[in-house]
Design a protein. Structure first.
Length: 197
């Protein structure tokens, strides 16, 4: 199978995908000089395709890209597509978490339902054609403050359904089984037989 080129400049995502994918699926980082354009599409799929095409062509590779977001019911699905820049362009994960905490200050615990959503696309690095796409969703609820320092992004605010602590506290072994990204990866693998190369 062709090696995967991850269309992301996020080192956390690279490490997570390397842990989520089987050992036979080598994951390589995007070239350091890759220019990723603004994520201005209206869907996760559109943004994921935008990222993937930023790495095209990639001879001899499959290009893997994702777009993910946190959808909060009390905020009508926000931050959603704007999750990585909820507190503004260039905002850190901590700034985004703090902005979300402020917005939800008056929202009672029973109305803090939310979900993480991840959409993956896989392009052929030689032709640019779409090979496969998948989605993963994890339901849960949000805390009133940051709990834990594991994971990244909004993980310290998100308690997945069936658990009592956040992704920021749960061991990586559990997160890598139940997260939105893990589910999207499993769905992608299930439709990758056969794959080009």
């Amino acid at each position: 199978m062709k090696p995967l080129l991850l269309a992301s400049g996020n080192a956390h995502k690279l490490e997570e995908f390397r842990q989520l994918l089987p050992e036979i699926m080598a994951v390589e980082p995007a070239p350091e000089d890759t220019f990723f354009p603004p994520e201005d599409r209206e869907t996760y799929f559109g943004n994921a395709c935008l990222k993937a095409m930023a790495c095209y062509p990639a001879p001899g590779h499959l290009i893997l890209a994702d777009d993910s977001g946190l959808e909060v019911d009390a905020l009508d699905g926000r931050p959603g597509l704007l999750s990585s820049r909820f507190a503004g362009a260039g905002a850190s994960a901590l700034m985004n978490c703090q902005a979300l905490i402020r917005e939800l200050k008056e929202v009672p615990s029973e109305k803090r339902s939310a979900r993480f959503r991840c959409v993956l696309v896989l392009l052929d690095g030689d032709s640019g054609h779409l090979v496969a796409a998948s989605q993963g969703v994890t339901e849960g609820r949000l805390t009133r403050g940051i709990l834990g320092d594991g994971g990244f992004g909004y993980d310290p605010l998100f308690i997945p359904e069936g658990y009592q602590v956040t992704f920021g506290i749960l061991p990586a072994t559990i997160k890598h089984r139940i997260s939105h990204r893990a589910r999207a990866v499993r769905n992608l693998i299930s439709i990758l037989d056969p794959v080009p190369g």
